[in-house]
Structures are given as structure tokens and as C-alpha cells.
Design a protein around this ligand. Structure first.
Ligand code: PHE
Length: 357
């Protein structure tokens, strides 16, 4: 082994044994620093003859390169090792809350919350969830519900009319969820026990009306369904929804073309320092419309069996929410005001009102 090979070997051994970056730097300085061993040798080259310079110069450069290479490799190894140690000691606690409290929790919109509560109650009372489209045909929204053309009841609905569809059929934005009754009667076998929440539209806008609002429809058709069944059902729903066992209900005779007899239902309340207290007092608040399914509705759906009867009801979801949770203005539901939502919205983690057992 030549002298230069020996030198290289001893430096490589030193580097391999090295455990710290500072020690590695010391090795570098000792050989390659300004007054380092190899640097000094390179300086001495100027004293040699041209021939010797060539041979010695090449050998020294080779040594220099080998040392640099081994030091660089060792440096990377030591740095990686240090990083591993650091990473294994440090960890980020991602359970810490963010600093901006205001945005720390998203809120469930009161409409979503109220629909979820209704779904939970009516589901447990044995009704199946149904849906219908927002864009309805004239037949489902009116005619099949015993509201023929030129019927005065059509004027009661401030309808948004759309262009005719490909079949020349008149389309509307549904003015109530009752067309889901028709769709269900046409496709389902008896008995039918369904409810259908969803958006509805009327061309109307003031303190108590928005062009889009929500309703939930209920329909129960079976052998021997009587008005007393309707009364029990509606009462049970209201007491559970408002969490008020003492709640009193008043069935007031009314008129809907698709039910006979028809009733509007009020619940009792008192007003104390501007606040409505449900289930107490002698004032009445209207909350829903209902009745026994009109025979003409069955006829329009080609159900000619006389053996069954049914009841139906329809409620405004915003109204239910406002009475339960105290929002004063209907229009705020659709303003998209983040402060309103922070105040009236619901925690996604609070599911206490979504389970009734
Ligand atoms: N569709 C009626 C309305 O929008 C409510 C209703 C539904 C009444 C079902 C009776 C039966 O006012």
C-alpha cells in the first residue's frame, strides 16, 4: 500500500468512526483547511520539478477528492440521524383549539336541524320518508289534488309558472308538498304511511312570507283510518316536537280542496314580556292544516277501492322552528348572515333532540 493509500485509508477510518458533526468538521479542517495536511502538501508542489508536480499533484488531488467525498457522505448520514432523533422527540398536538373562537365551530342551520328532528319523530311514529321534485306538473300540484282549472283555490296559491315541458305539460314550482301525496298514491301499494319534507314556492314576500319556504307533508292511507286517528297522530307529534306534554290542540274546521273534512290546528300559548310560552295560557297559534283524504284524490290516482280511507297533514317548517326556537323574523332564515347562524344554529355534536327514546 502506497503512502497516499495509507493516508486515504486512515482518513476514511476516522470519518467512519466519527459520531458528531463538529468532530467531522475538525477532521475536514485538519486535512483540507487553510493549514491542513493536504493543503500544505499542495502548497509544497511549487518546489518540485514539472514531472514530479504532475505525479504528486494528481495523487494529492485524488486524496483530496476522496476525503471530500467521504466527509460529505458522513455529513448527510449524521444530519439525517439528527433529524430522526428530533422528529421522534417533537410532536404536534392537533387537538389544540384554533385561536379565532368565533369560527371555531360550524353550525347546523335551524331548517336542517328542524327537518332532522321531524324526520326522527315521524320516522319513529311509523312513517316512511318520501321526496318529490321542486318542479312539478300542473296535474300533481293542482288537478289531482281536486283543484281543477278555474277553481278559485288556484288563486290562493301565488304560483310561479314555468315554461311548458316537452309534452306541452304546464310546469310550476310546487306551491306545497301535497303533490308528493299524488306521486305516492300512484306508485305505492296500500297501506301507505309516508311523510315528505321539502322546499315549496309562492310568489309572495313580506315579514311572514318568503318566495321559498319549507313544508312537511304527511299521508296515512289504510283500511279504517278515521278522523280520530288523525287527531291522535297530530297531537302526539306536536307534544313530542315541542317537548310539551301539557300542550293543548284546537281543531278548527277549515277548507282544503283535497281533504274533507278539513281542519286547521292551533296550539295554546301565552305571551309573557314579549315571549311566547307554548302549552300555557289561552291564546291560540295556528301550526298546520290537515283533513281526511278527499275521495276525488283517490279517483284521480285511479284508486277505486272503497275499502280504505286516509288522513293527510301539511306544516310549515320555518313556522315550527320559529315557535320552538324563538326566531322573530322569517326572512333571516335565508339571509345567510353568519352572526344569525352562530346565534340560532345548532352544534353538530348536539344530537339530543334527534333521539326520542
Ligand atoms: N297543502 C296545504 C297547504 O299548503 C296543507 C295541507 C296538507 C292541508 C295536507 C291538508 C292536508 O296549505
Amino acid at each position: 500500500m502506497s503512502n497516499s493509500d495509507q493516508l486515504i485509508q486512515s482518513v476514511l477510518d476516522e470519518v467512519a468512526a466519527c459520531q458528531k458533526l463538529t468532530d467531522l468538521e475538525n477532521i475536514r479542517v485538519r486535512y483540507l483547511g487553510k493549514t491542513g495536511l493536504v493543503t500544505e502538501e499542495l502548497k509544497n508542489l511549487s518546489n518540485l520539478s514539472i514531472e514530479e508536480k504532475k505525479i504528486q499533484g494528481k495523487a494529492l488531488n485524488n486524496i483530496k477528492l476522496k476525503i471530500i467525498e467521504s466527509i460529505e457522505a458522513k455529513k448527510e448520514e449524521l444530519e439525517t440521524h439528527q433529524l430522526d432523533i428530533k422528529l421522534s422527540k417533537e410532536f404536534i398536538d392537533c387537538t389544540l383549539p384554533i385561536r379565532n373562537n368565533r369560527l371555531s365551530e360550524a353550525k347546523i342551520h335551524p331548517i336542517t336541524q328542524t327537518i332532522n328532528e321531524i324526520v326522527s319523530i315521524l320516522g319513529e311514529m311509523g312513517l316512511r320518508y318520501e321526496e318529490g321534485p321542486d318542479v312539478e306538473n300542473d296535474f300533481n300540484n293542482f288537478t289531482a289534488l281536486n283543484i281543477p282549472k278555474n277553481h278559485p283555490a288556484r288563486q290562493m296559491h301565488d304560483t310561479f309558472y314555468l315554461k311548458k315541458n316537452y309534452d306541452g305539460e304546464k310546469l310550476v314550482l310546487r306551491t306545497h308538498t301535497s303533490p308528493v301525496q299524488i306521486r305516492t298514491l300512484q306508485k305505492s301499494n296500500l297501506p301507505i304511511k309516508i311523510f315528505a319534507p321539502g322546499r315549496t314556492y309562492r310568489c309572495d314576500s313580506d315579514m311572514t312570507h318568503t318566495p321559498m319556504f319549507h313544508q312537511v307533508e304527511g299521508l296515512v292511507v289504510d283500511k279504517n283510518i278515521k278522523f280520530s286517528n288523525l287527531k291522535w297522530f297530530v297531537e302526539e307529534f306536536c307534544k313530542t316536537f315541542f317537548k310539551q306534554d301539557e300542550l293543548k290542540l284546537r281543531f278548527r274546521p277549515s277548507y282544503f280542496p283535497f281533504t274533507e273534512p278539513s281542519a286547521e290546528v292551533d296550539i295554546n300559548c301565552e305571551v309573557k314580556s314579549g315571549k311566547i310560552i307554548l302549552g300555557k295560557g289561552t291564546k291560540w297559534l295556528e301550526i298546520l292544516g290537515c283533513g281526511m283524504v278527499h275521495p276525488n284524490v283517490f279517483k284521480q290516482c285511479k284508486l277505486n277501492n272503497d275499502n280504505f280511507t286516509g288522513f293527510a297533514f301539511g306544516m310549515g317548517i320555518e313556522r315550527l322552528a320559529m315557535l320552538k326556537y324563538g326566531m322573530p323574523d322569517l326572512r333571516d332564515f335565508f339571509e345567510g348572515d353568519i352572526n344569525w347562524l352562530q346565534h340560532y344554529g345548532f352544534s353538530p355534536f348536539d344530537t339530543s333532540d334527534l333521539s326520542w327514546r
